[in-house]
Design a protein around this ligand. Structure first.
Ligand code: SF4
Length: 435
């Protein structure tokens, strides 16, 4: 009996799942208080048959990659700014005799590039291809490439294996997704190139079940547009009420015109909404292809969100062609006038596969091909139209410092009046991150 068990153990393959994070972004994220653990590798781990594989998870956010250990397979999820770092990780594991499989946004966008750095690659959505690949790898019949041919079902998905992710700090919230996709087509967004272009939802009871299993009292919905299907969102939030957890979600401003949805969100435990305002100027929103945002409505809708006790974490991007050198000061004033609670500020970044990338490349305005610079936080990777690269970078950094200064915080809170203590902690985290 023991021999049989030993035999079975011997047949297990050792798999390492890596959530990579390059040093520059890691330094930036670690200083913030409101971080959340990335769902990708706990989710991928949930599909793995433990009778065949011995699983190790490493999130480079706060864990070292075990280069000294031996694995049969290293699986790496690749986004664009991490791509060179991922290729380096892959090289080191391959030199040690492991096989490497890659997936994720960058692999889906540029498979021909990625395949030069790995043994196997998976493009697009992974619910069907990943388990198939794992079976093939175990049987040693794996093919080089697996593409997601059609939208996979989002029913009966396994629960992410958060239990395998060691060293999660209390401040790191968990994540869950309820929907996939977005009906809009912003020019800088790569969602349409990564996912099948159709909006889908998961069964409400399965999402609730997963949320109940999360140890933390806080979690975030990892969805790109949580309110996109109003009926579904209302039904999910209604079922969420008795669970009594606190959460945040990414939504569009236009869906927040509906006071019923805001009321339902608050009653279901929502603390804040991440809303991609992107700009306070209609001409820049036209550049972004995001005319679902109408700046004339900002004040009214933001006031409505605050009235329902919800905070707003605004996504703001600088660098659109219509942005002039005074865009930073003007944006700060608008944020203070409307009482924006927090801001995730980024430099416009033309990610490969997007209409924005194609346009800037055709106009010969891309200034680098080094993907690690495409992080939206520390580098300008194209020639801006109405200011210099230095003006854009300096203006963006100054905006971040001023926005998170005590003076601006007080001005914004005088308008927002929403969760001042929580708001103070989050703002402090961003202030520290921006130093
Ligand atoms: S609304 Fe958000 S998720 Fe949808 S296309 Fe625009 S940027 Fe992408």
């Amino acid at each position: 009996m023991n021999e049989l068990k030993h035999d079975r153990q011997m047949k297990k393959k050792r798999i390492l799942l890596i959530q990579p994070e390059n040093r520059e972004i890691n330094a930036f994220r670690r200083r913030q208080f409101n971080n959340f653990a990335q769902i990708t590798i706990p989710y991928l781990a949930a599909f793995i048959d433990e009778t065949k594989y011995e699983i190790t998870l490493k999130d480079e956010y706060n864990q070292a990659i075990p280069y000294h250990q031996t694995f049969d397979l290293a699986a790496i999820t690749v986004n664009t700014p991490n791509a060179p770092h991922c290729y380096d990780i892959a090289r080191r594991f391959r030199e040690n005799g492991a096989r490497v499989v890659m997936g994720g946004p960058h692999v889906s966008l540029l498979p021909e590039e990625a395949e030069q750095h790995c043994d196997y690659l998976l493009t697009g959505e992974c619910e069907e291809t990943w388990p198939l690949f794992l079976d093939h790898f175990y049987e040693e019949t794996a093919m080089k490439r697996y593409d997601s041919a059609s939208p996979p079902s989002l029913e009966h998905l396994p629960k992410p294996r958060w239990d395998l992710l060691k060293r999660r700090t209390r401040m790191m919230k968990a994540a869950v997704f309820a929907t996939r996709g977005c009906p809009y087509h912003c020019r800088y967004c790569n969602l349409k190139q990564i996912y099948h272009d159709c909006f889908r939802t998961r069964p409400v009871e399965e999402v609730i079940d997963e949320i109940k299993a999360i140890c933390s009292r806080f979690f975030v919905f990892w969805d790109d547009n949580f309110f996109a299907n109003r009926t579904y969102a209302l039904s999910l939030m209604n079922a969420l009420k008795p669970v009594k957890k606190k959460w945040a979600a990414q939504v569009t401003l236009t869906d927040c015109r509906d006071e019923n949805i805001l009321k339902a969100a608050r009653e279901a435990g929502c603390l804040y909404l991440f809303i991609g305002l992107e700009s306070f100027f209609q001409s820049s929103l036209k550049d972004a292809g995001k005319e679902i945002n109408q700046v004339d409505d900002y004040g009214k809708i933001i006031g409505q969100i605050h009235k329902h006790g919800l905070m707003i974490q605004a996504g703001i991007i600088f660098g659109f062609d219509s942005d002039m050198p005074d865009v930073f000061e003007k944006t700060l004033r608008k944020c203070e006038e409307t009482g924006i609670d927090g801001a995730t500020v980024s430099l416009l970044t033309p990610l490969p596969g997007t209409p924005l990338y194609a346009e800037l490349k055709a106009a010969n305005r891309l200034t680098t091909a080094s993907w690690d610079k495409y992080n939206g936080k520390t580098q300008v990777v194209f020639e801006p139209r109405n200011m210099t690269t230095e003006q854009l970078l300096r203006g963006y950094m100054l905006f971040r410092r001023k926005f998170y200064s005590l003076r601006s915080f007080i001005r914004r809170m005088k308008v927002s009046h929403t969760s001042p203590v929580y708001n103070f902690v989050v703002n402090l985290g961003y202030w520290l991150a921006g130093r």
